[in-house]
Design a protein around this ligand. Structure first.
Ligand code: GDP
Length: 194
């Protein structure tokens, strides 16, 4: 599944811009600076691919990448951009809600959580949205190389506690480091297994 090329397909700003639901897709969500671009780059082995999502103007779009012919990788930027004007935030949230609840080929959402920080309020918000859209989501801990074992255990406990409150949560947590490559093969095989 990850042998093929990854290519940026399009940034979507309205439901009628979504590409055809002709293949499986998974999406990635996370606060800005959580390490989402780095993770997508590590996962696909395509340096710089997710940079498109971080360019100004793309931050309120749902960004689609093709991963070979059989998979869409979807980058959901925009959460954590609380300093955007309210009208923009509301428009974005409406699109996000519509996308999550209406996308039949969306098999799983990966919610990225910084290994140092654990689950924050905005993460809870997206988890609630995923619950109400009945989209199974799985937590991916990022930057695992930045924390000591004993601190990691504490954060993991907090994350497990949060997941227990969300019916759409898949219990297995994936620990990753895009820097060191830890957990990347695991994440690939989880996606392939879907
Ligand atoms: P995004 O805003 O969520 O797309 O975050 P980026 O992927 O741009 O990463 C934010 C910062 O965290 C950058 O300075 C990255 O180099 C750093 N970073 C991302 N992943 C890792 C990781 O696994 N380990 C370490 N040590 N740093 C990371």
């Amino acid at each position: 599944l990850f042998a093929g090329e990854t290519e940026f397909l399009k940034g979507v700003v309205a439901m009628n811009g979504l590409p055809g639901a002709d293949r499986m897709e998974v999406c990635f969500a996370g606060r800005s600076n959580v390490g989402k671009s780095s993770l997508i780059n590590a996962l696909t082995g395509t340096k710089g691919i997710a940079r498109a999502s971080n360019t100004p103007g793309r931050t309120q779009e749902i960004n689609f990448f093709t991963q070979g012919p059989d998979l869409y990788l979807v980058d959901l930027p925009g959460y954590g951009y609380a300093n955007a004007p309210l009208a923009v935030v509301e428009k974005w949230q409406k699109l996000l809600k519509q996308y999550l609840s209406g996308r039949q080929n969306l098999r799983r959402a990966f919610v990225l959580i910084d290994s140092r920080h654990g689950v924050k309020k905005v993460d809870e918000d997206i988890m609630k949205l995923l619950d109400s859209a009945a989209v199974t989501f799985q937590c991916v801990m990022t930057k695992a190389d930045k924390v000591k074992d004993k601190d990691r255990a504490k954060v993991l406990e907090q994350v497990r506690g949060a997941l227990a409150r969300h019916p759409a949560a898949y219990p297995e947590i994936v620990l990753t480091s895009s820097e060191k490559g830890d957990g990347i093969p695991t994440l690939r095989s989880i996606i392939a297994g879907l």
